[in-house]
Design a protein around this ligand. Structure first.
Ligand SMILES: Nc1ncnc2c1ncn2[C@@H]1O[C@H](COP(=O)(O)OP(=O)(O)OP(=O)(O)O)[C@@H](O)[C@H]1O
Ligand SMILES: [Mg+2]
Length: 255
C-alpha cells in the first residue's frame, strides 16, 4: 500500500553532516510509487551522500529535516530496519566482506524470503556470477563483476525501493546490456509486486543506463542541493550541450 500522498519516498529540508561538516544543505525530493528517478551532478556534489543517508548509514548524520518512506518517518531508523521495509542500495564502491561468501548470502535470502532456490540459480546464471559464488563478497572482483554481484543480491531480495549508485561505471560496453537488463528487472512488475512497477533512484553520469530503464524524472545536484528537475532525456541533453556551469548560473538566478 502506498502513502496518502502517493509518494514512496519524500525528503523534506534534509541537512546532513559527516564528521562535523555539512554535505547536504536542505534537500527536498518526492518520488511517487511506481516511478524511477535519475540523479545527476558533478563529482563531489553529494549524490552518494544522499543515497547513503536514505539507506541510513550512521556516518551520515541528519541534523535537520525528514525522510518519509511509504508514509512513515524513517529518519531515526537503522539500516537494518530500513532494509526490512524494502529499501536497498547497490553502492558506488561496495566493501569487500571477508568471511562471507556470495553463496551464503543467497542461501540466506532463499531461506528467509519469498524467492525459490531455482529462481536464484537462474538469476546467478543470467548475471554470470557462478564463478564468484564461493568467493568472499566482492573480494578481488573487477569493477564490472562487482556490479553484477551487487545486482544479483538486490534482485533476490525484490526490494520495494532500489537505489543504484552509478551502475554503469566500470562496465565495458559489451557488458552494459547485461547490467542494463538486470537493472531493468529490478523495476519491472513481477511475481513479487504484480500490480505496479517498483520504484527507485539511479545515479548516472553518462545516462547510458537510461537506455535500459526508463526514468520518469531527473534531478541535478550541485554542491549539496537539488538545483533543478525535469525530463531525464532533456536534462541529459542539456548537460551534454552546456555542462553543469549552466546549471550553476540557473541556480544562482533562482536564489
Ligand atoms: N566520510 C566523509 N568525510 C568527509 N567528507 C566526505 C565524506 N563523504 C563524503 N564527503 C565529501 O562530501 C562531498 C560529496 O561527496 P559524494 O561522494 O556524496 O559526491 P558524489 O556526488 O557522489 O560524487 P561522485 O560523482 O564523484 O561519486 C565530497 O566533497 C566528499 O569529499
Ligand atoms: Mg558518488
Amino acid at each position: 500500500m502506498s502513502s496518502s500522498t502517493g509518494n514512496i519516498l519524500e525528503i523534506h529540508d534534509l541537512h546532513v553532516e559527516v564528521e562535523g561538516k555539512e554535505l547536504l544543505h536542505g534537500i527536498n525530493l518526492a518520488i511517487p510509487e511506481g516511478q524511477v528517478h535519475a540523479l545527476m551532478g558533478p563529482n563531489g556534489s553529494g549524490k552518494t551522500s544522499l543515497m547513503m543517508t536514505i539507506m541510513g548509514f550512521s556516518a551520515y548524520k541528519v541534523t535537520r529535516g525528514q525522510i518519509i518512506f511509504d508514509g512513515r518517518d524513517i529518519t531515526g531508523l537503522s539500516v537494518t530496519e530500513r532494509a526490512r521495509l524494502g529499501i536497498a542500495i547497490a553502492q558506488q564502491r561496495p566493501p569487500t566482506i571477508v568471511g562471507v561468501k556470495l553463496r551464503a548470502v543467497l542461501d540466506y535470502i532463499v531461506a528467509h524470503d519469498s524467492i525459490s532456490a531455482e529462481e536464484v540459480t537462474q538469476l546467478v546464471r543470467q548475471a554470470r556470477v557462478e564463478n564468484f559464488l564461493d568467493r568472499d563478497i566482492n573480494a578481488g572482483l573487477s569493477g564490472g563483476e562487482i556490479k553484477r554481484a551487487e545486482l544479483v543480491q538486490l534482485l533476490a531480495t525484490c526490494p520495494r525501493f532500489s537505489m543504484m549508485d552509478e551502475p554503469e561505471s566500470g562496465v565495458d560496453l559489451d557488458s552494459l546490456a547485461l547490467v542494463g537488463s538486470l537493472v531493468n528487472r529490478l523495476f519491472v512488475r513481477d511475481s513479487c509486486r504484480p500490480v505496479r512497477r517498483r520504484s527507485g533512484l539511479i545515479v548516472t553520469h553518462t545516462g547510458h543506463i537510461l537506455k535500459y530503464i526508463e526514468a520518469d524524472r531527473a534531478h541535478i545536484m550541485l554542491d549539496g542541493r537539488i538545483g533543478c528537475s525535469g525530463n531525464p532525456h532533456l536534462v541529459l541533453q542539456t548537460i551534454a550541450e552546456r555542462g553543469y556551469a549552466e546549471c550553476v548560473c540557473c541556480m544562482n538566478e533562482g536564489a
